[in-house]
Design a protein around this ligand. Structure first.
Ligand code: 5GP
Length: 145
């Protein structure tokens, strides 16, 4: 988000939501808003920025929630698009990269709260390896951080 904001030359406000899925295993796409936006978006041109779009369920829920607040416009920007996993089609106006069906960490993306500080996006082939306490150091080293 910080990198994106620095690349935008028109005046903008940046606001954050914190959400989590209900984690009931039903993959319903119903999310819990842990922290809502601080400011009203009514009448504003809004770009919803997502780290990664996977099934599209989270984004669909968020778009419905934010549309109800009557912004002047609402577009989606996604850094990573795992389109092979899509369950619901979502309109991505600004897209960074298509990626294969692989779990990714780093550059803001976490696994159980860790690894957001990796400077690169890393694909994880061995999920069990993420529990290795030395992995972060080795990954940072190989990413040239
Ligand atoms: P969706 O509702 O599109 O299936 O899921 C979107 C959310 O799931 C993302 O905002 C992200 O929090 C999480 N997510 C999906 N795929 C990945 C991944 O490969 N790595 C990480 N760290 N999170 C993911």
């Amino acid at each position: 988000m910080a990198d994106l904001a620095r690349a935008i030359t028109t005046p903008i406000n940046v606001d954050f939501m914190s959400i989590s899925s209900y984690g009931d295993g039903t993959n319903s796409g119903v999310v819990r808003i842990l922290k809502d936006l601080d400011e009203s978006i009514t009448g504003h041109d809004v770009i919803l920025v997502e780290d990664i779009i996977d099934t599209g369920l989270t984004l669909t829920y968020l778009l419905a929630t934010l549309s109800a607040r009557r912004p002047a416009s609402l577009e989606v920007c996604g850094l990573l698009d795992k389109s092979v996993r899509r369950i619901v089609e979502v309109p991505i106006r600004y897209k960074g990269f298509d990626i294969p069906d692989e779990f990714v960490i780093g550059y803001g993306l976490d696994h159980e709260g860790r690894y957001r500080n990796l400077r690169a996006v890393l694909g994880v082939r061995d999920m069990a390896a993420l529990r290795d306490p030395d992995l972060v150091a080795r990954a940072l080293e190989s990413a040239g951080a």
